[in-house]
Design a binder for this molecule. Structure first.
Ligand code: LLP
Length: 403
């Protein structure tokens, strides 16, 4: 039975902690992690949670406790992961476009590093030579992902070193006696077709023979999760089978076995998260009714930024007759969460819950319009715990220098 929080539990938490509030269900994260572990149990696969999806330290601690490693996309994420108790060998920093000083800092912290530019690779080689193993982030020139904004592996993308520059990479590795431990690719987010990963593996097969100290290949994250009825999740069991088959038909028989790394973000935390808001105002207009909630794109930007769909339910009146509502926020800009969406009849003061809010929800929130960031609550063993306080007015003034 899949783990979920009931509408009564969500209502009780909203009553206790106020709204808007992000709620994370720990056991659901564990369930998603177990799915991956079981699917890949026959293979040497390591899962690094892409923590850019959700970095709350209590969540990081929980994810550490279930055995996952962690993938970071900034030095501060690295520091948060270490702060949460991950040992450096379980921390990966997949960098993109960063200053060399940040790579040095990561090296000093002893974590794994994937370098994504020729210039940083060269600087790293000049300074550290063979003494510190690194991975190389390559751009495989594969178009994949739910939409262009979240596609990262195509031939116009800024991410990684283009595979067609392999010769330059090899020259740099040779000249600087670099210790290349891994090759990394990440093609995008919300990848449904498992063949995208197979394509990536096949690209890497052409490159792997050039590196004789390789220990892993890192296939990134991007597994799709269902957001609405009829949506499907990436078939992880099929993926595991196809990855196994791909390696079984490796063009270089007798190759050294390599560990496979994945970096899922959404897959682990998206469905574990709920965002509960309260309806401030109802406004009738022509054929629709606006339901204005006490939130906006300052708290959940995905619908406006990516046209993402989030299922919305009225947990205060779940049996009421359905009507069409346009759910909007209170930000002084157009911030439409859903247009003409069928929702059980809404009264002012009702709680509306947004599902799939665990990944890139709170994490992409801001203080736009000088509004405060919501509280975060984690539910574990049936117990709801505050894991981030709601901001206060003082937080808006903190760090301002008044002259
Ligand atoms: N690894 C790398 C190198 C990445 O760039 C990303 C995501 C991941 C792993 C994890 O991808 P995931 O498994 O979460 O799809 N904010 C957007 C998603 C942007 C993803 C950026 N990189 C959204 O809300 O849809």
């Amino acid at each position: 039975m899949s783990q979920f929080l009931s509408q009564n539990q969500l209502t009780a938490i909203a009553d206790e902690f106020g709204t808007p509030v992000y709620i994370y269900h720990a056991e659901k994260i564990a369930e998603q992690y177990q799915k991956l572990k079981e699917a890949f149990s026959q293979q040497d696969v390591v899962i690094f949670y892409a923590c850019k999806a959700l970095t709350n330290v209590s969540i990081l601690r929980y994810i550490k406790s279930i055995g996952a490693n962690v993938d970071c996309s900034s030095i501060n994420e690295v520091k948060l992961a270490l702060h949460a108790g991950f040992p450096p060998e379980k921390v990966l920093y997949t960098s993109n476009g960063i200053a060399f000083e940040e790579i040095e800092e990561a090296k000093n912290l002893g974590v794994h590093i994937n370098i994504d530019s020729l210039s940083n690779l060269e600087k790293f080689g000049k300074k550290f030579g063979h003494s510190y193993p690194v991975g190389i982030r390559l751009r495989p020139n594969i178009l994949a992902g739910g939409n262009l904004k979240i596609s990262t592996g195509h031939d116009k993308s800024k991410f990684g070193i283009p595979v067609d520059q392999l010769q330059m990479v090899l020259n740099c590795v040779d000249e600087n006696n670099l210790f290349i431990r891994g090759l990394h690719i990440h093609t995008g987010s919300e990848i449904k077709e498992v063949d995208v990963f197979v394509k990536g593996i096949e690209k890497l097969f052409e490159i792997i023979p050039h590196f004789n100290e390789l220990e892993f290949i890192d296939l990134g994250g991007g597994f799709k999760v269902p957001y609405k009825e009829g949506d499907t999740e990436t078939d992880i069991n099929l993926l595991a089978q196809k990855v196994k088959d791909a390696f079984a038909s490796h063009p270089n028989p007798g190759y050294k076995p390599l560990q496979i790394w994945f970096e899922p973000g959404k897959f682990l935390v998206s469905s574990a998260g709920y965002f509960v808001t309260k309806v401030n105002v109802l406004k009738e207009s022509g054929s629709t009714i606006f339901a204005g909630v006490n939130s906006g794109f300052n708290h959940l930007i995905r619908p406006m930024f990516y046209d993402s769909y989030h299922l919305i339910e009225n947990i205060s009146n779940p049996a009421g007759p359905e009507k069409a509502y346009t759910v909007v926020g209170n930000i002084c800009e157009t911030d439409t969460f859903a247009t003409d969406r069928k929702i059980n009849e809404i009264k002012e003061g009702d709680y509306l819950v947004f599902y799939n809010a665990g990944a890139y929800g709170f994490e992409m929130s801001s203080n736009f319009n000088s509004r405060l960031k919501p509280a975060e609550v984690m539910v574990k063993d049936g117990k709801a715990m505050l894991v981030r306080k709601r901001e206060t007015f003082e937080d808006l003034l903190r760090n301002q220098v008044e002259v």
